[in-house]
Each structure stands twice: as C-alpha cells, then as structure tokens.
Design a protein around this ligand. Structure first.
Ligand code: GTP
Length: 360
C-alpha cells in the first residue's frame, strides 16, 4: 500500500456557485485547501506517491499544487479529456500503479485507519475493500451490507423503508488490487459505485467492507460544506495543517491579522491571514478567509466568508455563505441560506423584504 489515487475530476455541481471558479478539492475548509486534509491522512500512513485523477479544470490544479514537493509528496497527473466517471478514472490511472492502491473520493474528509483497512484487505485476500461508515439516517444513501467476516453481501441503492437492514454506507475510500483495477473497462465512462462494484459482486469476486467509526464527512453540497466548517471549528487543534494561532478561547487568527480591541467576538471564530476586523460583532461559528475585511458596525453570525471579501460597515450577515472577492456593501442584510458567488457585489442597503410586514 504505497500509492494512492485521488478522484478529483468531478464538476462539483451541487457545490455551485463556489465550484464555478474553484474545483471542489481546492476549496478551502477552515482556510486550508480541502485536498490538503487528504494528503495529511495519506502521509500519516506513509503514502507519498499520489496520482491525481483529473479532468475538469486540470490546469487550475497543476498551477495551484504543482508536483507535490511543497506538500511533501509526489503527484502524478492522470488526465481525462472527457470525464470517465469514478470507475473509468481509476482505470485510466493504472499505468501509474504497481500494487494494492488506496483510492479516495476527492470530497471526503476522514481520519480513517488505512493500515487497519489494509490488514483486513490482505488478511481476507480481498480484491477490493470498501470503507463503510455507519450513519444515523441511512434512508438517503446507498447501503452496503456485509456478513460477520466483512464480506460484502449486498448493495442497496435508495433503499425503501423495509430494505433498511443496515446503516453502513460507502465512505468513498477503497483499497483495490491491480487485478481489480485492470478488470474495469478502459476508456469508458463507468461509475465504480454503481457499475463496477455491483457487477463484481455478482461475479462472485472477493469484496470486503471495512467499517470506519471515526471522523467522516464530505463536502459534496453547500449544506455539507458549511456543516464541515461548523464541526471542525471545534476541533481546530486536532489539525496541525491549520496554521492559525489561538488568540484566546474560541478565537484563532492567521498571520498579520488585525482585530480592533473593541470588536466583540463571542463563539468559535477562525480568521485567516491578513484579515482586518474593525469594531464588529462576530457570533457563533464564523470562519473568515485570508485577506478579508470586516468593517465597523458589521455583525456576522454563524457564517462562512471566503478570501479577500469585504463586509462593509453596518452589514448584518446571519447564516450565510459568501464567496471570494465579494463586496457586501454598507448596511446590507443577508439572512439564513443566502449564498453569494465569488466576485459579487451586494448592496448597499440590500435586504429581503417580507410580505408579512405589509399585512397591516
Ligand atoms: P456533483 O456534480 O455535485 O455530483 O459532484 P462531483 O462531480 O464531484 O461528483 P461526485 O460527488 O459523485 O464525485 C465523487 C468524487 O469523484 C469527487 O471527488 C469527484 O471529483 C470525483 N469524480 C466524479 N466524476 C469523476 C470523473 O469523471 N473523473 C474523475 N477523475 N473524478 C471524478
């Protein structure tokens, strides 16, 4: 288990508008590009040779992450002219591989014990081992059922209530033998989850499930992208790749960030590098990206603001997600669920009107 493939070629449509300019794996989570968490995991298990399976915006990746030296790993790029799906992308990476390979979806964050997974895999002579994660409400997921030895018995897509006999879902991480990867049809768009694994199961091949019970989260949707921020804000100190320093309880800030002494900060707040916070109020879970500015009188509650955005004076932001390089102009009010795309200008005095207010 020396090499890994990270699947990074999806369009990330569910995470628009943020993925219009930035591919999903490069979006920041707590001001660190998402894929850096995956590199951190792989390095912990001695995996430094990483194939990036790319299509959409591959030039953006190359420019931003280069050959991997900066991250202490070596990248090889496997480039698709047209998207090959998750299965086709893994098959295309075959020339770069030489043994059992870890495959990660590019939008999953976990602290999975890859060595334990490998022990199960080799102990059972598996051709493919799928990481499984137990969820509270399995109704919205494809379920994977195993026997007591971990051998996969069944894949159930979109289960009806009486089909929900287990709560383990595909966690988006696999260990695959070369023979398994070779058996995926080349140069075809196939999904590993929907096409390859179910057929392999029918053919009686040795597929196993490794149940992971630690941290697991994905950033596939706007909701989960925000949720991962809220969850990890409380665990910043578990992630050495986050370089911001703790200023006091509940407040972290990156280098060269200036906070006005009269700013009121009450909650769990992360400020990036080179930010400027005036006499503003920051409440609840708040993450503000590098180079962003919060002017006097602004009030921000439970919100995510990406890089180099300015929230001008007297704005109120409550439960919203704001992209890079935005201007939220003076006295604008944004409310729960509002999402502002990169490079947008909102306001001044923008707000939602309420039909109820007129009903006198
Ligand atoms: P949505 O458009 O929002 O569904 O997102 P997505 O395109 O990323 O699809 P999905 O979340 O199902 O993909 C899971 C993982 O596989 C992500 O890390 C994707 O980047 C990756 N992926 C999906 N399709 C392809 C593909 O055709 N090629 C490659 N290389 N990766 C893919």
């Amino acid at each position: 288990m020396k090499k890994a493939v990270i699947l990074m070629g999806g369009l990330g449509t569910r995470l628009r508008p943020f993925t219009i300019h930035t591919p999903k794996p490069l979006l920041p989570v707590l001001n660190v590009p998402f894929f850096a968490y995956q590199l951190d995991l792989l390095k912990r298990f001695g995996i430094h040779d990483i194939v990036l399976a790319l299509g959409y915006r591959s030039a953006h990746f190359k420019r931003m992450i280069g050959n991997g030296r900066k991250w202490g790993v070596r990248f090889r790029y496997s480039l698709e002219k047209t998207p090959l799906g998750t299965g086709g992308a893994i098959r295309k990476a075959l020339p770069f591989l030489n043994g059992p390979t870890v495959v990660l979806n590019g939008d999953v964050l976990s602290d999975m014990h890859l060595s334990d997974m490998f022990h199960l895999h080799s102990g059972k002579n598996a051709e493919a081992t799928l990481a499984l994660f137990p969820v509270k409400d399995p109704s919205a997921f494809g379920l994977i059922e195993t026997d007591s030895e971990g051998r996969i018995l069944r894949f159930t897509e979109k289960p009806s209530p009486d089909e929900i006999t287990v709560n383990t879902i595909n966690a988006g991480a696999y260990l695959l033998e070369l023979s398994f990867i070779r058996s995926i049809p080349p140069d075809k768009n196939v999904s590993i989850e929907r096409d390859v694994f179910p057929v392999a199961l029918k053919d009686g091949r040795a597929l196993y499930g490794f149940v992971h019970r630690g941290l697991w989260t994905d950033i596939g949707t706007l909701k989960s992208y925000w949720q991962v921020h809220k969850d990890l804000l409380h665990k910043i100190s578990n992630f050495p790749i986050i370089t911001a320093k703790q200023i006091r309880r509940g407040l972290w800030a990156g280098k060269k960030t200036v906070i006005h002494p009269d700013a009121k900060i009450d909650g769990t707040v992360l400020l990036g590098e080179g930010c400027h916070v005036g006499r503003a109020v920051l409440k609840g879970a708040v993450c503000i990206g590098n180079g962003s500015q919060i002017k006097d009188g602004a009030q921000i509650t439970d919100s995510l603001i990406l890089d180099r955005t300015t929230v001008h004076s007297s704005c109120r932001l409550d439960h919203c997600l704001i992209g890079n390089h935005c201007h939220i102009q003076e006295s604008s009010i944004l409310g729960p669920g509002d999402v502002v795309a990169d490079r947008s200008t909102v306001g001044p005095f923008a707000q939602r009107f309420s039909y109820e207010d007129d009903a006198t």
